[in-house]
Design a binder for this molecule. Sequence first.
Ligand SMILES: [Zn+2]
Length: 268
Amino acid sequence: MSIDNPHFEVSKHKNYLYVIKENISLVHPVYTNDPLNLYLLLGSHTALLLDTGCGLFPLKPIVDELIGKKKLIVFNTHYHWDHPLGNVEFGEVYIHENEVNLVSKPYDVSYFKDSPNEIVEIYRKQDFLIPPAKTIKPLKDGDMFDLGEIEVKIIHCPGHSPGSICLLTSTGELFTSDVAYYGDQFLPKRENFPKVLKTLSKLIELCEKDKNLELYPSHRQYPCDKTLLTDLYNGIENIENLWDTKKAFDFFEAWQIDDDKFRYFISR
Ligand SMILES: [Zn+2]
C-alpha cells in the first residue's frame, strides 16, 4: 500500500476495520492523548470513516486507497478540534444534530497561535480558520446505517460534549469516541456530571447485554472492555471527594484533578 504521508499510521485491525492514527501532541504539547484513532469500517458496499482528524495533511487519498470502489460515508464523533478538521476534504459529513452548527462554519483554532510546535504553520497559512465540509448532515439517537454485512447504530452520548455519539455495530464493536478512553479526560462543568454518568451507565448496560462487546475509543489504546467504563464512572463519581485538590489549568479554562487512573480537566 502506498501510504506516503508519515503523519498518519495506518493499520489493519480486522478484515473490515482499519485504524488511522494521528498524533495530536504535534499540534500542541498540552495534548497528551496520542494517538488519535480514526476508524474506517468496510462493509460489503459502503465504508464508514469515523472522524477526519486535525486537518493538517491530506487524509482522503489514504481513505480512497483503502476503500476501493465502495461508497463512503463520513461521521464526526463530536465537534472538538481534533475530530472534524479534515472535513473539508469530504463533500458531506454527518454529526449529531446538536453540533451541526458548530462544524458548519470555519473552525477557529487561534488558541494554537502560541504553540511551540512548528506544525501550526499549516494552520497559520489558513489564518487559523479551517474551512468546513460543504454539507453537514444531522444524526440522531437510534439512526441506523447499513454498510452491507455490517449495521451501525448511532447512540447519543451527551456529557463530554452535547452531541457526542458512540457507534454500535452488528459485528460487536462499540466505538466510544471521546466518551471513554484511557487518557486525560475533558469533562463539562461539575453540575453536568450527572449527564456524563448517565451516558456511561447506558454504555455499561450495553456491555452487560453483550459480554463480548469490544470498545474502540478515539484516543490511545484499543480494544478495551467494560472495565474502561466502570473505571471512568467510579473516577468521575469520586471527583466530589477530591474537589479540594483541584488546581487551575488556564489553557483549557479548567480545573485539574488527578487520581490514580486519570487526569481530569473540568470546565470552570
Ligand atoms: Zn479527542
